[in-house]
Ligand binder design. Structure first.
Ligand code: 5GP
Length: 119
């Protein structure tokens, strides 16, 4: 869980416009884009725009509050657009937990009855 924020991470590059992303929503606080290796149709990531937190534990509550509102807003938009039967919202902290990109992010993963996850 420990470490310093590396502003060369891929999400930092996306925020700076140095790497491409399929943007689905953006406001003053958060940026939402399609996961490039989706676990299901519509798999979306939501990240804080003004943050150097690697994970949830490090995040400033003043950044986290509007970020989670952004997650809810995007989740509602994904529901409206894709009509899933359920939505998984996940967030990993540290490599042993499955984290691979060290800029705080929330996954929004639509689920349909009888459809397994897959890439
Ligand atoms: P983590 O395991 O760190 O929670 O998830 C990182 C997520 O970022 C993975 O689902 C992975 O597919 C996604 N990802 C990694 N690199 C890129 C990229 O360059 N663009 C986009 N849109 N998603 C990425």
């Amino acid at each position: 869980l420990d470490g310093t924020y590396d502003d060369g991470n891929i999400f930092a590059k996306i925020l700076r416009g140095e790497a491409p992303a399929a943007r689905v929503f953006e406001d003053e606080h958060c940026f939402a884009f399609m996961d490039v290796f989706p676990q299901s149709k519509g798999h979306t990531l939501v990240i804080p725009k003004h943050s150097q937190a690697r994970n949830l534990l490090e995040e400033d509550p003043a950044v986290l509050a509007p970020l989670i509102l952004g997650v809810q807003r995007v989740a509602k938009a994904v529901r409206a657009a894709l009509k899933p039967d359920g939505l998984v919202i996940t967030q990993f902290n540290g490599a042993p937990a499955g984290q691979t990109v060290y800029h705080l992010h929330f996954h929004i993963i639509p689920r349909w009855d009888g459809v397994a996850l897959g890439r």
